[in-house]
Ligand binder design. Structure first.
Ligand code: NAP
Length: 248
């Protein structure tokens, strides 16, 4: 795993938005951030799942989170602006955002990619990421915060059948790099995580025959997720970092 020793309370008093916080890696990141002292804003499209994460955090005695039910497939730029304004009104600041939500679409030969699948994947994984980033950046510049995108092993090297998902992750890395370059001297840092194969519902869909015990759990990949939200990463900008560097 990425080599970083998580320190207790390392995210104390931070306010962090996590998209796709109801399941998989986002759920674990939200719980880990809360455990380390952050107030977490849980954004996702399935309210039941968000409520479960909320309950787990509160029952564990961590800072009370907030729930934002929002489907990034249909959300508008104004929805994201309203979200950021509400966060700043309610919590006074925003220190970090983990843009984790995305969809896989279908794994299929290139010539059979459905137009609708392409549109849906690009909407959620690319356009929504751009719109939410546009809304987030002023607040994150103000706090000298951390904007973290989520890429993939197919985000800088194409792989047969990974179609729109792979294209969307190339776009994600591009977006991360251009924001990092534009805001280099502002104190805002922008990076991306390549989680590597991780035991989640998305992974099970992509690799139905795989033994889940052979891939990392979301909990195991948290050191990088914490590092990029902690003050220890203040000087890191414009990088895509692997959560599992040893994994091919
Ligand atoms: P996951 O298990 O499918 O979880 C994704 C989360 O995003 C879910 O909570 C989902 O909500 C939410 N989401 C999806 N579409 C949304 C929308 N339109 N609006 C709001 N929320 C939405 O995926 P994961 O494996 O944890 O992946 C997390 C990130 O890591 C993704 O960006 C993925 O591409 C990347 N990644 C994962 C792996 C891996 O092996 N797991 C490897 C490389 C990269 P619902 O629960 O309501 O569906």
């Amino acid at each position: 795993m990425f080599d970083y020793e998580i320190k207790e309370n390392s995210l104390h008093n931070k306010v962090i938005l996590v998209t796709g916080a109801g399941d998989g890696i986002g759920k674990q990141a939200a719980k880990t951030y809360a455990q380390l002292g952050a107030t977490v804003i849980l954004l996702g499209r399935t309210v039941d799942k968000l409520e479960k994460v909320y309950d787990e955090i509160v029952e564990a005695g961590h800072p009370e989170p907030a729930i934002v039910p929002l489907d990034m497939k249909g959300a508008t730029k104004q929805n994201y602006i309203d979200l950021v304004n509400t966060i700043v009104d309610q919590f006074g600041k925003l220190d970090g955002a983990l843009l984790n939500a995305s969809i896989l679409g279908e794994l299929t030969p290139f010539t059979t990619i459905h137009e609708q699948t392409f549109d849906d994947v690009m909407q959620v994984n690319v356009k929504a990421q751009m719109l939410i980033s546009q809304a987030l950046i002023p607040a994150l510049v103000e706090s000298k915060g951390s904007l973290v995108f989520t890429s993939s092993g197919v985000g800088n090297k194409g792989r047969a059948y990974w179609g729109p998902y792979s294209m969307s992750k190339f776009a994600t890395e591009s977006m991360m790099e251009l924001i990092a370059d534009e805001y280099e001297d502002t104190g805002l840092r922008t990076n991306a995580i390549n989680p590597g194969g991780t035991k989640t519902p998305m992974r099970a869909t992509a690799y139905p025959a795989e033994d889940p015990a052979t891939v990392a759990t979301p909990e195991q990949i948290m050191p990088l997720y914490v590092y990029l939200m902690s003050d220890d990463s203040k000087e890191i900008n414009g990088q895509t970092i692997k959560a599992q560097p040893q994994r091919k």
